[in-house]
Design a protein around this ligand. Structure first.
Ligand code: F3S
Length: 431
């Protein structure tokens, strides 16, 4: 038997020793080994038992994952609570694909989608509407409380839960999110500890107007990488109340910090819960400093490479909603597109446009008159992950436009500021 340095409770040791079966022992061993790599001295209880899995796509190559799922199912193992999962990769009805693309997606790339979803159902997937990276929004309903310990991995959800909700979660990888949700424990290190939540950077926002959330997040992410920033000066633009608007802003800001860097937690002075409660005592002595003014934001924006084959091409497809849009964002984009089209004297969007939101937000939106308004513009609404659509050999050659810095980072999509993207969609300059 392998010796571990970690102090385990009797219950944890029993699981490790195989008293709940060989498969559970393997699950526990993986978590213990992972924790030891990061110097964790113990495992702590997951207090929010609804997990969230990052791996939502049935890519043929992930054979070890499917084998592990089969082992879990064979041993009758399920997660403690039900879990949600990242968005699906395919929605042929709303994100049209040609015959060749369909062939590549269904037969090669996501050939295991149906069987993997069946495996997830057997292990504890909540329901068919659980596919979204914004699991923490009320319409999806996987909402941890302040201080809750989580076993999640999706980077945009982890940074939101840590920063905006004050929950505690490390940036885990796929499988570890599932294993923590099965045994109900996670290793005690990093962002689940008080010490790990201290800020090592002071960031001063000194712009003359409200910064684009996705560019500000990108600038901070690229500067601080995996460190924790404490951000001053943003409250001046977005206020000091967590409401629909600030939540949407911080969602997009956080996703950019997490994808352009590796931020798992940020504090916004006078706004996010720990900053409100503990203020500057959250900042370590000797913290580094970063000042962001208009010129710095513009420098960061200009640094994004255009990866299209033909850099001067007209966009052929626009994706809005990575991470998935909140209900309010979806309504705002609908109004802005309809308004922009009217000003441009057009009836339909100029460029094929897809808005992405969780199934819960989409269902709520479909019941309102705004849904008809959106349909009339010709824009489509889906709950897929645009990255999974974009990231394949065929779509790689397409001139895809987006206002998501995460999508820009991981695909060849080109980043546009919100107003510029709206101009692309409606054909109206200077909306
Ligand atoms: Fe969500 Fe996919 Fe973007 S998981 S954050 S929509 S890359």
């Amino acid at each position: 038997m392998q010796d571990f340095k970690m102090q385990l409770t009797q219950e944890q040791q029993d699981i490790l020793d195989g008293k709940q079966g060989e498969v559970m022992a393997k699950v526990m061993k993986t978590l213990v080994m992972f924790g030891e790599i990061f110097g964790a001295k113990r495992l702590i209880k997951v207090t929010h038992d609804q997990g969230h899995l990052v791996t939502s796509f049935g890519i043929g190559l992930l054979k070890p994952l499917y084998r592990t799922m089969d082992e879990l199912i064979g041993a009758g193992i399920k997660t403690k609570g039900k879990f949600t999962v990242d968005p699906r990769p395919i929605d042929y009805e709303n994100v049209k694909c040609n015959i060749l693309e369909k062939l590549v997606f269904s037969k090669f790339m996501y050939s295991e989608q149906a069987s993997y979803e069946e495996q997830m159902r057997k292990v504890g997937l909540r329901d068919a509407d659980s596919f979204s990276c914004t699991c923490y929004l009320p319409e999806v309903g996987n909402v941890p409380k302040k201080g809750d310990i989580l076993s999640w991995a999706e980077s945009s959800a982890v940074v939101f839960a840590n920063s905006v909700l004050g929950a505690r979660c490390n940036r885990n990888s796929g499988m570890l999110d599932l294993f923590g949700s099965i045994v109900g424990y996670v290793p005690d290190f990093g962002l689940v500890t008080d010490e790990g939540r201290k800020a090592t950077w002071k960031v001063y926002v000194k712009t003359t107007k409200k910064p684009e959330a996705q560019i500000l997040g990108s600038a901070i992410g690229m500067k601080v990488m995996e460190d924790v920033p404490y951000v001053y000066g943003l409250d001046k633009f977005i206020g000091n109340e967590l409401n629909d608007e600030t939540v949407a802003y911080l969602k997009d800001f956080g996703a950019a910090t997490a994808s352009n860097g590796a931020v798992g937690l940020y504090h916004i002075d006078k706004l996010t819960p720990e900053a409100v409660e503990q203020g500057e005592s959250l900042i370590v002595d000797g913290a580094k400093e970063y000042v962001i003014d208009d010129a710095e934001l513009e420098r960061v924006y200009k640094s994004y490479p255009v990866m299209w084959k033909d850099k001067e091409a007209e966009p052929k497809l626009c994706f809005v909603g990575c991470p998935h849009l909140t209900y309010k964002q979806l309504k705002n984009w609908t109004d802005a597109i309809a308004d922009g089209l009217q000003k441009a004297g057009r009836k339909k969007v100029k460029v094929r446009t897809v808005l992405c939101a969780s199934p819960g937000v989409v269902k709520k939106f479909e019941k309102t008159p705004d849904y008809e308004k959106l349909v009339k513009t010709g824009a489509k609404l889906t709950s897929i992950c645009p990255l999974m659509y974009t990231n394949n050999p065929l779509t790689k050659s397409k001139a895809i436009a987006t206002n998501s810095n995460k999508l820009r980072t991981y695909s060849v999509a080109r980043y546009y500021k919100d107003a510029d993207l709206l101009s692309v969609i409606t054909g109206k300059e200077g909306n």
